[in-house]
Design a binder for this molecule. Sequence first.
Ligand code: ADP
Ligand code: MG
Length: 609
Amino acid sequence: MSAPNPNIGENRPEIRQLDVAAVNRIAAGEVVERPASAVKELVENALDAGARRVDITYSDGGKTLIRVVDDGYGIAADELPLALSRHATSKIDGTDLLNIHTFGFRGEALPSLGAVGRLTITSRVAGQEGATISVNGSVIDPVRPAAIGGGTVVELRDLFYATPARLKFMRTDRAEAQAISDVVKRLAMAEPFVGFTLRDVSGGGDGRLVFRAEPESGDMFDALHDRLARVMGREFADNSLKIDAEREGLHLTGYAALPTYSRGSAVAQYLFVNGRPVKDKLLTGALRAAYFDFLHRGRHPAAALFIDCDPQLVDVNVHPAKSEVRFRDPGMARGLIVSGLRHALADAGHRASTTVAGATLGAFRPEPGNPRIYQMDRPNQGAIGSSYQAIAPGFAEAPVSGRVEAFEQPPEETIADWPLGVARAQVHENYIIAQTKDGMVIVDQHAAHERLVYEKLKAQMAQSGVASQALLIPEIVEISEADASRLLELSNDLARLGLVIEPFGVGAIAVQETPAILGQVDARAMLLDILDELSDQGESLSVQALIEAVLSRIACHGSMRSGRLMKAEEMNALLREMEATPHSGQCNHGRPTYVELKLADIERLFGRT
Ligand code: ADP
Ligand code: MG
């Protein structure tokens, strides 16, 4: 038991009104969690003021200095004290909290920052004199005239000096700097037409440029595409699909990556709601659902998505730092993302990401530092051997395990018409080499076929269920009793997938019909695979998703395993089918079904350019 409460008895404390400094410090606890949150508030203020350029500097991870310079419309000298007082804002009149078109509206950032650090604002409105104001631990100095060309400079020094407890929670300068850079990049994605620079001046002088983005131009999509290339990297921009979808007042735009460009974690997923960067689980879940069919577990899609809607449909006033929002109808937002992305992915057809070819080329390239043999004066035999292996790993000494089948040359003009080209050869009994107009394509015939079968199964499924064919003699599969009953529970769903099973005594199942498209299958292997999928996915998936997962397993069983020789017509038929089938650029596990090497890349490999 604890000691008697000292607050009860004669010493009952009185209720008192806290002073402004204390109130502001408490508020700052919510709004300003770390230097990055101060940067976020200041940059958002600059953007709200219509800035076209925002230049940010910091030192020591933002702990000792944060400075934000903008060319926005400025603050009038006589309003400077008001800007520093609590709940004073020029952005709303307070009558309608559901009709907000600016980043800020709470009027809390500047007073909060002034309570926990040394804050100076210098500003000038066009046609007026410039002025400056300072505040230290909520003590406000009088406004003084100041020389400034235009716009606003806000300088925040010694953040949290007034709240040493918070100071102790700061992470390393590096971690805080990283968080600042994340914040700036998110806002830079939200505002492609605004130019940004971010500089670390810890060492003094001009410091180090951490990030720079010139104002983009062109239409919204072009500008966004260029800005995303700046922030997320050229590879993302080159390998992403434009998203543009609308449903009941919600408008979804942005870019989402091809499945073959995926990441090991969910780091490259960005959501903006009415222009505001938000972190929302909604996005992670919706992306997972949209890419479910194409990505292996453990791989994560990359995307930058923007939902725009009437401000009435979303509440932004649910989080002090406004980093979360609440949709009036979250299901609809989620559904829009899932269907918008699925459509875009379907339209992408057989396209696979160029990073695949890049990785392939990387594998071909000699290790850096290895001398090129043709540059040597007089190479001895050993040197030739080892360099040769370095240049073409796996090619040099590998025993020839497959036959190379070469075909007649088709007429030139047909090559031009087909994106995946014309089959020239099959090697190692699984890889089709095709010649395209300006390069070559290597197809993994097993992976490609698996995807084609899966897409056909899905199409049949969407219509009237998968067509099945009855086995002449039912195949009896002996499995454990538990497994048997697990499968029999699903027998109705499985029947729609073209797999008809019936109980056959204890611990056995009779397979009566199998999906017609698969031809002859190993029923036992297929049932075991389905059981694996069920125990892997278990309860985590919706019934629909589970069925798709099972379907994808079934598809593997109809696929030509590698090791099947194909005739030229068969290969060309496969290529044409891939071109015509959605999602055929990757197999059911998100691996590419083909890689393309451009002639220019091949020439580069041989040092011809
Ligand atoms: P809020 O952004 O929620 O209105 P702040 O405390 O961040 O609250 O800012 C208070 C007010 O100061 C703003 O409403 C705005 O009028 C003015 N202000 C702040 N920063 C700037 C800026 N960089 N340029 C112009 N006006 C600014
Ligand atoms: Mg603000």
